[in-house]
Unconditional design. Structure first.
Length: 492
């Protein structure tokens, strides 16, 4: 007779298959699904989400999780993850899970259309229900201090609204001061980075870049989507998306960013594939890797000393740049409207706006219908600019349509962790600049695989950060790294 643990693993495999089907449908909806498929897709995703949730929270699963005895350290970690997930999932009614899944599929189509028409009012009723669901989720999950805590904890285990506030307080002052000092310098000319760029050529170049840094195309692919993302359903099938805009850096840095997520997922040990131990441990740690490859590597001078000739060969309009002027152009500091295209220094202010708005809506301080005005007021206060329309304002992100409320602070956590983990990497590999300049990214990727990617969810997020860097997350390395980089670029 099979042990409780063996039976539990079989049951978890069934649940994994249902969730994989949902993920495939979601990826297809954002990439290739015809517009007319939205209604049926919402029904299918809603039903499959209900089935997955019912199977997971069933009495049989609970009993198996409770009675299973670990047969080794890996089983101990697996049972820890499963029991935490069950403690959350069993608090949520299946009907709410199904409604949220169905609504998110419908909301995505409404969001795409609303953003295309810059029409927040058409999307507001759907968004209002999504926030109502988030409030219900938080109440079912329970919290001690802030309603936001219950939501953020699902994305970054143990993190609270108070943690997010402390993080923003630590970085806001130094970053605003650095931005102010840079604003007094001569304006950086990046006009040549804007134009009409051939999409096929961009696709070829970005695929070459992400393959060069280590993304395995025999276990993944890249497509286009309205909002770049990475997803997957096994270590052998990881999907990246990017998008092509008038700013050529949009596709380049978007692809590098998503490849960072993708290589993290591809780094899961194959023995853990399709189990709860597979994949990134948290969204903050996950984001640290996308920001590492996008910013620390991808916006570095050594990186472009290697790749700039290939870029200019592909896009002759960029031949007016030399390495120094190109490096400065792609690191231009200037308040802008779009978060995913923001420079490193102003990026966290974009995240802060979203965090404060989410918190205000959840607590009833702000009505959903008043979001555009609140958003614009915060952009005016924090960045000194006012969005000209809803598309470049509160409709720019896909997250709220997905029901991912409480997610945004993990982006800034990822920024801090990217420099903290990179600092640990450089102690072991001090010649990273020379490696990047010669196009050798293998040693960097292998270190990250060994220390971070291959750990999956074996440790909790806080345990992993402590193990890799020797200290809890803080802003020290991040502020020092940005300060050094930008004082050098702007000659301060």
């Amino acid at each position: 007779m099979a042990s409780a643990l063996t039976t539990l693993k079989t049951r978890l495999a069934d649940i994994n298959a249902l969730n994989a089907a949902i993920t495939i449908m979601d990826w297809d909806q954002q990439t290739y699904m015809p517009k007319g498929g939205g209604h049926a897709r919402a029904e299918h995703i809603g039903i499959l989400s209900r089935m997955a949730h019912e199977t997971f929270v069933a009495d049989e699963t609970l009993k198996l999780a409770e009675t299973s005895e670990p047969e080794g350290e890996e089983d101990e970690a697996l049972l820890r993850v499963v029991r935490r997930n069950l403690s959350l999932a069993t608090k949520l009614p299946t009907s709410l899970v199904e409604e949220k899944s169905r609504l998110s599929a419908i909301a995505h189509e409404k969001w795409v259309e609303a953003r295309a028409n810059s029409d927040f009012k058409s999307f507001a009723p759907t968004l209002e229900r999504m926030f109502e669901i988030a409030r219900l989720e938080a109440e079912y999950l329970g919290y001690t201090e802030s309603i936001y805590d219950a939501l953020l904890d699902q994305y970054e285990q143990g993190a609270t609204a108070a943690d997010a506030r402390r993080m923003f307080e630590a970085i806001k002052g130094p970053q605003v001061a650095l931005v102010k000092a840079i604003s007094e310098k001569t304006e950086t000319d990046d006009k040549a980075l804007y134009g009409e760029w051939d999409k096929k050529a961009q696709s070829e170049f970005t695929e070459m870049l992400v393959q060069a840094i280590g993304f395995d195309f025999s276990r993944g692919r890249q497509d286009t989507a309205p909002h770049p993302f990475c997803t997957g359903w096994s270590v052998g099938d990881i999907r990246l998306t990017t998008r092509y805009k008038s700013y050529i850096g949009s596709a380049i840095f978007g692809s590098l960013h998503e490849a960072g997520h993708g290589m993290y997922e591809q780094g899961t040990p194959s023995k853990w594939d399709l189990t709860p131990l597979a994949g990134g441990v948290s969204l903050g740690v996950h984001e640290s890797q996308s920001r590492t490859w996008e910013n620390i590597v991808g916006r570095s001078k050594p990186f472009w000393s290697h790749f700039l000739p290939a870029l200019q060969a592909k896009f002759p309009a960029l031949t007016g740049y030399n390495l120094d002027t190109f490096y400065k152009a792609i690191n231009k500091v200037e308040p802008s409207y779009i978060r995913v295209e923001a420079d490193e220094l102003t990026y966290n202010l974009h995240v802060l706006v979203r965090f404060e708005i989410e918190l205000d809506v959840l607590t009833g301080k702000l009505a959903v219908k008043d979001m555009p005005e609140a958003w614009n007021a915060k952009y005016s206060e924090y960045l000194g600019i006012t969005p000209r329309n809803d598309a470049e304002g509160c409709l720019q992100d896909v997250h709220w349509s997905m029901g991912s409320i409480g997610y945004f602070p993990t982006y800034s956590m990822g920024n801090l962790l990217s420099y903290q983990i990179w600092g640990a990497l450089q102690k072991d590999i001090p010649n990273t600049d020379e490696l990047m300049a010669s196009g050798q990214f293998g040693p960097i990727l292998e270190w990250l695989k060994s220390k971070v990617y291959s750990q999956g969810k074996y440790y909790t997020p806080k345990e992993l950060v402590l193990k890799v860097t020797g200290k809890p997350m803080d802003a020290t390395d991040y502020l020092a790294g940005l300060g050094k980089k930008y004082t050098e670029i702007y000659g301060m």
